[in-house]
Ligand binder design. Sequence first.
Ligand code: ASP
Length: 603
Amino acid sequence: MIDLEELRKKNLVRPFSTSLKSVGCGQVSEEHIGKELKLVGWIESIRDHGGVRFIDLADITGKVQLVAKKEQKIDTYRTIEDLVEFSVIRVEGEVRRRPEGTENPKIRSGSVEVFVSKIELLSKPDILPFLPTERKEPSEEIRLKFRYIDLRREKMRRNILVRHLVARKVREFLWMHNFIEIETPFLTKSTPEGARDFLVPSRLQKGKFYALPQSPQLFKQILQVAGYERYFQIVRCFRDEDLRADRQPEFTQVDLEMSFVSEEDIIALVEELLRFVFEEVLSYKLEIPFPRISYDEAMRKYGVDKPDIRIPFEIQDFTQIFSESKLDFIADAIQGGGKVLGFVASGIQPTRSKLVSYEQLAKSMGAGGLMWFVVQGGKVVASPILKFLQDKEKSALALTLNGSDGVIFAVAGRYELARDVTAKIMKNISHDFNKVNTSKFAFLWVVDFPLFSWDEVEQRYVSEHHPFTAPKEEYIGILESDPLRVRARAYDIILNGEEVGGGSIRIHQEDLQRRIFKILNLSETEVEERFGWFIRALRYGAPPHGGIALGFDRLVALMLGEENIREVIPFPKTQSGTCLLSEAPSSVYQKQLDELGIKIKER
Ligand code: ASP
């Protein structure tokens, strides 16, 4: 894992000198020996060694050891004895080599110390709610409420610096490849990306609203019409969704768009970009090109559209093996058009209680149960349904293990249910039995997505990606007659089973775009009201174009091995969308509402 000191070396290269200080605390080094320096920082610790005090003085660049006499004056009344941890002080002193045997090789300034001749107290702290130097992590609520203290912790310093470095390297790469950084509006009109919009009321035009962008999708396409052939932006996006652990109402994307390209150009560019960033930031060598899998194959083999290809198992269809089963629940499932799906986990030996816990998980997902078959020495030796199994079923099952020992899991039921349950159990078992190489970064492209899916609730077709995604040429003829068969020119990029980006080649012809809207059941009036401004642009010389957006927060989190994106966002919101630091969202004054012409129905 990347070390904070390494990061400082990469990020904070120039001397942090101002009129108050000569260099940053962590930048004091042997080259300063014999020199008088001015330093400013926070006291991280004070150690009492009889007549002298050792002080660790820290700032963003790291820390340096100060040595001061106990009677060293601060002002007329106070001495060094009055200083407490996390006071902000300014010192002057001479840099000396540390006595042999007292060096600290872990920090950059570890071979030197500063003999203090003058101290000034710039800011005296109250008692801190927690110490950033403590090993134990406070509750997340406290961490977010006092984020400014939390952000002083080593781990957060590392995360924020890595985030910064990734952004820098992304820019560096894209600049090198002729991309132009262009801002698009935040106060804009709703663009559907499948979520609810955050609305901003207009004061000048009462009763009207801006929407915060769910992404810069339409503006980046407009920029292509305008001839800005390679656009990019590291940009905030806003989606008003019910928040899950890995979502935030505002999040950051590396958003890009190119003209005169095919899928291959975008995919190749993103692979090069990621290889560059991983090498520069983590010194990790990614092998490119990344593997690709079609959406259909991903669903069939892994049961999800974002497979973690580090998982060594694949879904198998056992329906044939059980086609003459005497067990009602299996026979009924098959007769009702369902399947028996499962997977073969060789080399694992779960305890009975573990097996029961998987069974419970399967049931909680709506399956009738979970079948498992322990195979040893080429024979099924245990299973909850052992006595109901016919010999040919047993031997067919045992054969799937190719002579090794292990366990076969299976679920009978509706295809989608059996698939989803199998996928979930497969994932859990891989992790529970350390079958996943967690030090590996496994990228994967998922391609050939369906263009539409059917929304049961709304009773209409909806876009799988977004309505501006182009269908594959060969399906244009069946757009209206068989929408669900149409495949899209879309691609998602997956890292270790998490979606870290997605994009597509876009529609650049007005008539095709209108046909898509029609299939999505938008009336002409709706299309005009919501997208008229955009469709009009397609009339005036729109080049073929395409692009992608990478989820920046998630990418950084995965690079750092952080499970939660809140760990890489300086000021994140809680599950209920609250900023615990500023206490947003909050009520506003009546006067503000009046100005906007807004009346709150009820609180
Ligand atoms: N705008 C899309 C998104 O936010 C990305 C793209 O199609 O480029 O997912």
